[in-house]
Design a protein around this ligand. Structure first.
Ligand SMILES: Nc1ncnc2c1ncn2[C@@H]1O[C@H](COP(=O)(O)OP(=O)(O)OP(=O)(O)O)[C@@H](O)[C@H]1O
Ligand SMILES: [Mg+2]
Length: 487
């Protein structure tokens, strides 16, 4: 069979560890297993189903130690039998068939007593180990997970519906986890090991990955995956999740349409990129938009979009292309709007310059906990970028460039809210003056522990971008949305 070592030699002839028949996994009575084994092999693979990965604490792990022991024995026998290089040349379906045949043979030689469904689960696990991302596969197959966080081989957490949960997923050992990390980063031409222990990568589906391994990660490799969401949230979804009120969403839509320069601020995982993506939905189809990101996450629907991505240095430490270089290059590409996925360094200066020089409607996100902090972070990024400008000049530049700051937050109950829509008015002396248009006020908690609150208008009827709104003939809609919000 193709893919096996020692072509032509049946597996049966290989001396595999002698059988004391392995006990069935906990929870399956041996008496029930025997008749099951007679059934035709029609059961469907189960491991990829969400149910198989249902997050539970380790205490209720339905896969016993015994299961892992059997899996290790079978896995080792399989690795002795197959030729991985040949297997890699097969397409996924044939490789799976090949592995299925060999695993079935090994199971019968070793007299392992297992029900058909257990066998299928084992087979699926083994295929995932050999061909895919191992125990991560069932998590990657789920659409409801926002983040996967692997802390060494023993513990894997996921975020579902805003809540972080421990899963029953675990790896055989740290070297299996390390192999999977290696497989992920090698797809983007990188390597992770003791000499280069930190690496960013991307899965083929677009999910963003960070890997940090020993000796920096003390308890084994740490892998963090921000799952890519195919069906990106729209502004209307944010309204239905109560992340923003309908009136607030209308005002945000107008801010997007009338080409205000917007900074979206928020903590890690607070929904900044999602919000940025929603705002880009209000860009007209005929506008030329250029996006710059570290890992392309935005999904703009307009036809006239150029997507750019930064590049980390290669293994020899060369070939890096920074965000600053991308933003600068953008300016030579005749953009109408520039969208920067995340502003974290000296590119802040270039983005502000772009906003100041006729690229109205540019947007970016930034890590900060309040609109005020966002503006001061912007200032420190410029200062740290080596621009020797007096802080008054930098502040004036910020005020001249940014029209609106939108603050996103992940509250303690896991829900995401837009907590501020704030406009930047100007400077008074050395101080930047801002004015909130909408704020989210927390009123308490319901009986399930969910935070209850309201988006409130602060009563401003004529925001400073009023003239701009009139220019784009959106002032009636703006006045109406602000009136409704007050009423
Ligand atoms: N308003 C929302 N309601 C529910 N889920 C949301 C909301 N906004 C974002 N999410 C989900 O939260 C996760 C994180 O969102 P997102 O990537 O936009 O955050 P971020 O602030 O950009 O994170 P990071 O700081 O890591 O870049 C995603 O899975 C996204 O689908
Ligand atoms: Mg983001």
């Amino acid at each position: 069979m193709f893919g096996r070592r020692n072509e032509g030699q049946p597996v049966a002839r290989k001396p595999v560890a002698a059988p004391p028949p392995a006990a069935p996994p906990a929870g399956s009575a041996p008496a029930a297993a025997a008749p099951d084994a007679q059934k035709p092999a029609v059961a469907k693979p189960v491991a990829a189903k969400p149910a198989a990965a249902k997050p539970t604490a380790r205490g209720s792990d339905h896969r016993s130690e015994n299961y892992y022991q059997i899996k290790t024995t079978i896995f080792n026998a399989l690795i002795d039998t197959i030729d991985l290089t040949q297997l890699a040349q097969l397409d996924a379906e044939s490789a799976r068939e090949e592995i299925r045949d060999i695993v079935n043979e090994i199971l019968s030689i070793k007299n392992v007593v297992m029900s058909i469904s257990e066998q299928e689960a084992l087979l699926q696990d083994i295929c995932n180990d050999v061909l895919g991302y191992g125990p991560l596969e069932p998590l990657l197959a789920r659409d409801d997970i926002a983040d996967i966080m692997v802390n060494g081989c023993e513990r894997t957490f996921i975020e579902v519906n805003g809540k972080v949960e421990l899963t029953n997923i675990r790896f055989r050992d740290n070297s299996q986890l390390m192999n999977i990390c290696q497989r992920i980063v090698s797809q983007v031409g990188r390597r992770v090991d003791e000499s280069s222990p930190i690496c960013d990568a991307r899965l083929p589906d677009g999910s963003r990955v960070n890997v940090i391994v020993p000796p920096l990660a003390i308890d084994g490799p740490a892998l963090t995956i921000r799952k890519f969401r195919r069906d990106k949230l729209l502004m209307q979804d944010l309204v239905s999740y109560n992340s923003i009120s309908q009136d607030g969403a209308d005002v945000l839509g107008i801010i997007g349409k009338v080409r205000c320069n917007v900074l979206i601020s928020g903590g890690t995982g607070s929904g900044k990129t999602t919000l940025l993506n929603c705002l880009t939905g209000f860009i007209e189809a005929d506008e030329r938009v250029i996006t710059c990101e570290d890992a392309a996450e935005l999904q703009l629907q307009q036809p006239h979009v150029v997507r750019l991505e930064t590049r980390p240095p290669n293994l020899e430490g060369q070939g890096q292309v920074t965000m600053t270089e991308l933003v600068r290059n953008c300016l030579r590409m005749r953009p109408e709007r520039i969208i920067v996925g995340e502003v974290r360094g000296p590119e802040a200066f270039d983005l502000l310059q772009a906003m100041n020089t006729g690229h109205d409607g540019s947007m970016g996100t930034l890590h900060a906990n309040s609109p005020r902090e966002a503006l001061s972070r912007l200032e420190s990024m410029i200062t740290m970028g080596g621009y020797a400008l007096p802080s008054k000049t930098i502040r004036e530049m910020i005020c001249g460039s940014i029209d609106v700051v939108v603050q996103a937050a992940r509250l303690r109950d896991g829900s995401r809210r837009i907590t501020h829509i704030t406009e930047v008015l100007g400077t008074e002396g050395d101080v930047i003056i801002t004015q909130d248009l909408f704020v989210y006020e927390i009123e308490g908690e319901d009986e399930t522990g969910r935070i209850v609150g309201k988006h409130k208008s602060t009563g401003i009827a004529r925001p400073s971008f009023w003239d701009r709104a009139r220019y784009y003939n959106q002032h009636h809609a703006l006045a109406a949305a602000l009136d409704r919000a007050q009423g």
